[in-house]
Design a binder for this molecule. Structure first.
Ligand SMILES: [Zn+2]
Length: 287
């Protein structure tokens, strides 16, 4: 079945940067016949088409069943990534920290924190995922910026979700408003558009932009954005070799083949492999 985000009936044009609102941008590369990626002067890449509200509802309705938990092997690998992510952020956390996971899916990442005695809440847009998470944690279902959530969190998590946000600034403002002083925002499992692989592979970057994954970040625009909100960068990591996805020899060979193909004036046929710098993890602390 054709994905929802390729159906023109579910797409709308994007004429300004989703992060900063700037209308000037430069074309970067095409992703389909009607959609292309643009680069804003702020450093954000974005798709010039995105899902309409109806398209978003159609996509997220069954995302949990169709994609997020579809493949048992992928789920097992993701569980191991949860441990990598947890071990990184754990060094910043006090005991019994109060945690909010925005885009918590079925709550499996929160489970890791709950098992270590932290107090876990979630926010989820997809109905079936929200229901699954609510079996284990307190969960708010809906659009995070509009929610009436009591403040006072020690940690707010955005794990692999920023690429879907039409108005990321509203999410960031909301998150910072819910943090206690010295509280943390943890951004992880986030594609890094400043990576060597994104620059080389462009529309063949495995975690690339589409009308669904419509906005692409790198550290710089996020550091600027959270700086405006009174937060400093407290941690930065780019996991690769410690992940269950890394096969360094094979991955280097694949990137070498892609470089050779591009040098010879050809197209890169395969999707990018896991590689150094592809994924970023950032921690911001409210001052
Ligand atoms: Zn921008």
């Amino acid at each position: 079945m054709e994905p929802v985000y390729m159906n023109p009936a579910f797409l709308e044009k994007v004429s300004q940067c989703p992060l900063c609102g700037e209308q000037r941008s430069t074309p970067a590369y095409a992703v389909s016949e009607q959609a292309g990626v643009r680069l804003c002067p702020c450093g954000v890449h974005y798709c010039d088409h995105r899902l309409t509200p109806e398209g978003l509802a159609a996509y997220w309705k069954d995302y949990q069943v169709n994609e997020h938990s579809a493949d048992a092997e992928e789920c097992a690998l993701r569980q191991r990534m949860y441990q990598v992510d947890f071990e990184y952020i754990a060094r910043f956390l006090k005991k019994r920290a109060q945690i909010l996971d925005v885009g918590c899916a079925d709550g499996l990442f929160l489970d890791v924190f709950a098992a270590r005695g932290h107090l876990c809440h979630g926010v989820e847009f997809g109905h079936s995922a929200a229901q699954a998470a609510a079996q284990k944690h307190r969960v708010w279902e809906g659009h995070f910026p509009d929610m009436d959530i009591p403040p006072g969190y020690d940690l707010i998590i955005f794990r692999g979700v920023l690429q879907y946000l039409h108005k990321p600034r509203h999410f960031f403002q909301k998150a910072v408003s819910l943090l206690r002083p010295d509280g943390l925002v943890f951004i992880t499992a986030q594609p890094n558009m400043d990576s060597f692989c994104h620059k080389l592979y462009q529309n063949r970057f495995r975690l690339g932009l589409t009308p669904c994954d419509c906005v692409g970040f790198s550290p710089k625009p996020l550091v600027n954005e959270f700086g405006r909100l009174g937060c400093r960068l407290a941690g930065e990591a780019f996991f690769y070799e410690e992940t269950p996805y890394a096969r360094p020899a094979e991955d280097i060979a694949a990137v070498h083949a892609a470089l050779e193909s591009k040098r010879a004036g050809g197209e890169i046929a395969s999707l990018s492999p896991p590689f150094w710098g592809n994924m970023m993890t950032l921690v911001f602390q409210k001052q």
